[in-house]
Design a protein around this ligand. Sequence first.
Ligand code: HEM
Ligand code: HEM
Length: 238
Amino acid sequence: MNTMSDDSRKILVWDAPVRVFHWLLVLSFAGAYLTAESERWRLAHVSLGYTVGGLVAFRILWGLLGTRYARFGSFVRGPRVVARYARALLAGKPEHHIGHNPAGAVGIVLLLLLSLAAVASGWANYSELGGKLIEELHEVAGNLMLTVVIVHVAAALVMSWLHRENLVRSMVTGKKTGLTGQGIQKPWRPVALIIVVAVMGFWWLQWQGAPEPAGMVASAAISSLGKHANHRHDDEND
Ligand code: HEM
Ligand code: HEM
């Protein structure tokens, strides 16, 4: 099964922006999905949904400008190549790819497109621009995403087993087994840091702008009434 020659070693394949993008996307998608149904969690849902939108916008840009295996040109393939890959896989002879394999790339492109559809329809919905149809479309986009994610995670596990290489860990460390010349030169950590700071900053702003839950407003009003009744004038900076 191991098709690598003796001079194969751990090389850097996924730059830091791709890895940070991936795991923030996982977190934001999971959070948006889990908060989708409840009115109480609407602001969290919308904020996490916009985060997905921002992350995907960055990824599209990075797919044009990024490092070797991050660029769409290196992994998006036509139907003939995908079919050949699928045939080889079914015949029990999976082709080995250093970057994304052609079938995995189909899932990735689908996830990026569905994310954009979910964010656009969610925004239209929230701004009360669309009707029932947009609401339906939004729900369908979210659920289709979940379906593709389940297949994507299952495929990552199966391919890890077939190639005897932990692909999930590669998405964390960025490293895979390959020949020295096949690796990328730089991890581009400062770009990853900008993504993290931008996302944290956005979450913080949304958190600051959130209205106080009704229960807390009521209890603050009661406690301030109590303070006035006691004629106390100590600092109330909270
Ligand atoms: C715990 C769950 C997940 C695991 C373990 C996982 C694992 C992986 C792995 C191993 C890869 C690299 C595949 C390869 O070697 O070709 C990858 C890529 C990718 N995954 Fe996931 N994934 C998860 C959840 C998600 C979710 C929820 C989304 C989207 C909503 C997602 C979107 C993507 C995208 C867009 C890529 C391409 C990365 C890039 O080139 O930027 N994944 N994932
Ligand atoms: C990846 C991003 C997103 C996912 C996966 C997602 C998923 C979902 C799902 C599955 C529902 C249906 C919940 C139900 O069963 O009722 C929903 C509802 C909703 N989403 Fe999103 N959403 C995303 C982003 C957004 C964004 C960016 C906004 C707004 C700016 C938004 C606004 C809403 C609203 C207002 C509803 C309630 C619609 C109704 O009244 O039924 N969503 N979302």
